[in-house]
Every structure is written in structure tokens, then in C-alpha cells.
Design a protein around this ligand. Sequence first.
Ligand SMILES: Cc1ncc(C[n+]2csc(CCOP(=O)(O)OP(=O)(O)O)c2C)c(N)n1
Ligand SMILES: [Mg+2]
Length: 305
Amino acid sequence: MLEIRLFEEKVYELYGQNLVPGTIHLYAGEEAVAVGVCSNLRKDDYIVSTHRGHGHCIAKGARLDKTMAEILGKKTGYCKGKGGSMHIADFSIGMLGATAVVGAGIPIATGAGLSIKLRGTDQVAVCFFGDGASNQGTFHEAINLAAVWRLPVVFVCENNLYAMGTRQSQVMLIENVADRAQAYGIPGVIVDGNDVLAVYEAANDAVRRAREGKGPTLIECKTYRHKGHSRVDPATYRPKAEAAEWLKRDPIVKLKTHLLQTHTLSEGEIKNIEIEVTEAVDAAVKFAVESPYPAPEEALEDVYA
Ligand SMILES: Cc1ncc(C[n+]2csc(CCOP(=O)(O)OP(=O)(O)O)c2C)c(N)n1
Ligand SMILES: [Mg+2]
């Protein structure tokens, strides 16, 4: 979680230095979702991400340096610098891709689930998406098919209360996205998305069910993004008291407190983790900044297979 947090802080800094082409959507504040879920996955399991995907990549085992290089549009990035922040994919770790099209990843996860079933393996496909995406037609179609065919898919809704500047209550008359699971006859689970251990437990049950051939689960993680929707959005549409309340529930502080209180880790051990992670992120930034851009004549390479 700390790797993701410090990575995102660097992305924000580099964006301010005009080193990031396009836009960015930071995952800071939502780290417990990606980490709690992906800690249950094997390398050969699949995930499908969103426009807010850096944290999903890192949690699934992507390298920090190649991820940062891709975000900076460098040749050494996961997609040779031609995808950028919203198009990072690495099939070798089961990261099927981020997508800029809201809701588009949900049927891709169902497709991955169908592929697993047809090949007869015990892999699992996990789909991350937002509260906003849950109002797209793709959500309903893809979950219904996955339910009917009992596909090994875990649908993970990251409900951060907003879709850009639109509050969930303006576009949904229900409070819980998980309640929609009933309509497809699958379990719907609500979990504190800022509590990594709670997310881990919920995902553990869902992944086991999927591997055992019992079909999909919809998990709704209640969370909050620390920054605005994208770029330098100051998020003035969010009530100050609401933001302050959620900032107090920082998932990293929450876990740190738990680890100290249970004497799982000492202050010194936590400090060492912080130093180690800071160095790893700094090294990734150095690698990315110093890497070359792809040459103009490479523009059409890899476009057609
Ligand atoms: C099909 C589609 N419609 C609209 C947009 C513009 N758009 C980009 S992100 C976003 C909000 C998505 O909200 P949510 O699914 O809750 O994810 P979050 O950004 O909160 O993580 C919208 C409307 C888009 N990229 N694609
Ligand atoms: Mg949202």
C-alpha cells in the first residue's frame, strides 16, 4: 500500500513538472482495495483495471520502473510508452489492461472468466470498477452472463462516492451497489474499503468460491479518493467535513496502527519499510526519467497483430 501511495505522490509531482503526457487519475486513498484483493491472487490469475489503474498494476506485481516509464511515455514502459497511464497491460502477470472507457473492463473480465472455464483451469478473473461504472449497461450484461454461466469472476466495485464531480446519490436511488447482486442471483458483499484486512477476508471468500466453480461474487468496497478525479481537480464539489472525515480513515495509517497495537511490527521495522519503499520508488522515477522516448518511426509498430 505504501508503494502505491508513494508512487502516486511521485506521479503527481512529475505531472506538475509537465513530464506526464495526457491525464492522470490517482489511486491514493484506495490502496487497501487493490492490495486486499490482489493478495489473494496467483500470478496466473487475471485482473482487469480502470482509468485509475496504477494501484491495480502494482498490487498484481507489476514492476515500479516499467509502470512509471509507461506513465511518462517512455520506450522502456510496459507498452513501449505508447499506452500511457490509462493503457498499461502486462499479460505475463495477468494484468489484462487498464481502460479509459468507463465500464468497458467488466465484460472483458467476464470474457476472461469464460476462457478459464472453457480451458478447465482453476484460475480466477477479478474486475475492478467504480460506482459510476456500475450504472453502465456493461455492468448488468456482464455480471448476468457471468452468473448464469457460473464463471470464476470476482467483481470488485470501488465505491468512492463520486464519478468525476457527480455524487452517487445524484445518479442512484440505492445506497449500496452490492444490493444489485440480488438481481443476478449472486452474493453481494459490502466491506470497509479502507481496511485492507477486511477487504482481504471478503476477497478470500469470493476467490475461493470462484475457484471451486461456484460462480461470481460482487464485492463493494466503500472508499474515498484523496485527490480530485484527475489531474489537478481540486474536488471543490466535496464537502470539506466529508473529505476530512475520510482522510482520518487513511488505509495505511489504519494498518500501521493495527500492526503496532498487535505488536506485529515495531516502529523501527515500519521505518525500515518506509525507507525501503521510498528508495524503490525513487529508483523507478530515475529509471523512467532517464529512459528515452520511442522514436517517431516506431509509432505504428505493434498496432496490428
Ligand atoms: C463510457 C465513458 N463515459 C464517460 C467517461 C468520462 N469519465 C471518465 S472517468 C468517469 C467517472 C468514473 O467514475 P467511477 O466509475 O466511479 O470511477 P472513479 O473515477 O470514481 O474511480 C467518467 C464519467 C468515460 N471515460 N467513458
Ligand atoms: Mg467513483
